[in-house]
Write a protein that binds this ligand. Structure first.
Ligand code: PHE
Length: 460
């Protein structure tokens, strides 16, 4: 039985007195895991890993999740629970008006990331439906070219946004919490089944070797390091206020460290298992070159090809895979939209339904651009999905580590005795270790974002 969460109305700000809350602790965790687990784990993780580093990337990714990811998640939880408002309001409350630009950047990140995320999610819906109706395409490269941009992409993007807006309109408890409770466990079991199946393929061991055996040179490569950091934030939904927003619906009795640990491990677990599905399949079918050529479409080209080659069983497995991906995508999209919608509710005192429709429509229109051109999608991912997130993570570390009044008190509320002792360590990390590492990554990713923008300008 999920434990009910007590609502501590007296400690909430007067302007957020009618704020909704999660009905249960499990509801909060599943919603946060739902936000974390998504296309980032299954589409982005394998492609970024295969772009450089392979196993070295995976090792760095695990290390960075522990050293930076968990402290940043705790920082977002602390700021969100203290502020009891959506990102803009919470950041203003915790840091004062000078920090407002960061709040706006968070909302902008939510808008931009969701606009292209929805396009990729749209591909997923299309593959799931097509697989059910007619099977997987015989020529996956040509098929991906045909459906990934233009009208077909726009139509599915619209469908995905409509579903996301619908759930966010209904609200935290009835929409977000209920949807995650059913969808997240389903996704996990589907993936686990797929990983077992992938292990039986001829040639799977080559895939495992690429995935799991690191080379020393690559471990020391700054690009691989920055990619791993960027991917960790994207995958954990950090650096744009999603976790902060969820924490604003939490009570003071919640053990923040325990929740952050559960969420991070669940997210890593799913990404890791997704790798155990994708890499053996790629190796078994000799698809390495195709994946290398179209990083963006890697998953959508390699896996359908594999499923098609495997006859009926492949079709069943493939349908399950794309359904799981769809589930992951929608629960993440909900949290992206929630950052924008909750900010509009808090700042402009709009009704939830009105805010969801306005924000959702704006995002839907912006999404038409990445839906017409994959290069635009790539630039948006480099700017909002990487640079903004690492910058936003650096910002929240400094805000909570240096500016927020008594952050230890917030972290200690509801903490277990063991974690209470670790709070000074977390704060030390937030003040010194995380900013030092992130400055390097922000620098590297700023270069990446600029290069992507220039390449787009030069290419068109
Ligand atoms: N973490 C989500 C995923 O892996 C994407 C996301 C990023 C969601 C940032 C919210 C905020 O798919």
């Amino acid at each position: 039985m999920p434990e009910p969460i007590e609502v501590d109305v007296a400690r909430r700000g007067a302007d957020s007195i009618d704020r909704e809350v999660f009905g249960t602790r499990a509801g909060f965790i599943l919603a946060a895991v739902g936000s974390a687990v998504g296309l980032g784990n299954m589409w982005r993780f394998p492609y970024v890993a295969s772009e450089g580093g392979g196993a070295a990337f995976v090792v760095l990714y695990i290390g960075l999740t522990l050293v930076i990811g968990i402290p940043i998640m705790l920082a977002e939880f602390a700021a969100g629970r203290r502020g009891r408002l959506s990102p803009i309001g919470a950041i203003r409350k915790v840091g004062g008006s000078k920090w407002l630009p960061m709040g706006f950047m968070y909302v902008l990140s939510g808008i931009l990331i969701l606009s292209y995320y929805s396009v990729i999610a749209g591909w997923t819906i299309r593959y799931a439906i097509e697989a059910m109706l007619s099977g997987f395409p015989a020529d996956p490269v040509a098929h991906f070219d045909a459906i990934s941009t233009g009208l077909p992409a726009i139509v599915y993007h619209l469908a995905f946004m409509a579903a996301t807006i619908g759930i966010v309109m209904v609200g935290v408890e009835k929409g977000i919490e209920k949807a995650s409770m059913v969808l997240m466990p389903a996704l996990f079991f589907i993936l686990l089944g797929l990983a077992c199946w992938a292990a039986t393929l001829d040639g799977a061991s080559e895939g495992y070797a690429f995935y799991l055996r690191p080379s020393m040179d690559e471990l020391l490569d700054l690009d691989v390091f920055s990619n791993a950091a960027g991917q960790a934030f994207f995958s954990l939904s950090l650096g744009m206020g999603a976790m902060l927003t969820f924490a604003s619906y939490l009570s003071k009795h919640e053990n923040l460290a325990r929740e952050a640990t559960i969420i991070s491990f669940a997210d890593f677990g799913v990404a890791f298992i997704a790798g155990l599905v994708v890499f053996p399949v790629i190796a078994a079918l000799g698809l390495q070159d195709q994946v290398g050529e179209s990083a963006m479409g890697a998953l959508f080209i390699s896996l359908p090809g594999a499923f098609e080659a495997m006859g009926t069983a492949g079709r069943v497995v493939g349908i399950l895979f794309f359904l799981a991906l769809m589930v992951g995508a929608i629960t993440s999209a909900i949290s992206l939209l929630e950052v924008v919608v909750s900010s509009m509710i808090d700042e402009f005192k709009l009704a939830r339904k009105t805010a969801a429709i306005i924000a959702g429509s704006v995002i839907t229109v912006i999404g038409i651009f990445p839906a017409t051109n994959l290069d635009i999608l790539g630039v948006m991912d480099a700017v909002a999905g990487e640079f903004f997130l690492v910058l936003g993570a650096l910002g929240i570390a400094i805000l909570v580590g240096w500016v927020m009044e008594n952050p230890a008190e917030e972290l200690l509320d509801g903490a277990s005795p063991a974690f209470s002792k670790a709070v000074p360590v977390v704060l030390f990390f937030l003040r010194w270790v995380v900013p030092a590492i992130l400055l390097l990554v922000v620098w590297n990713k700023a270069g990446g974002a600029l290069a992507a923008i220039q390449a787009l300008g030069g290419g068109s």
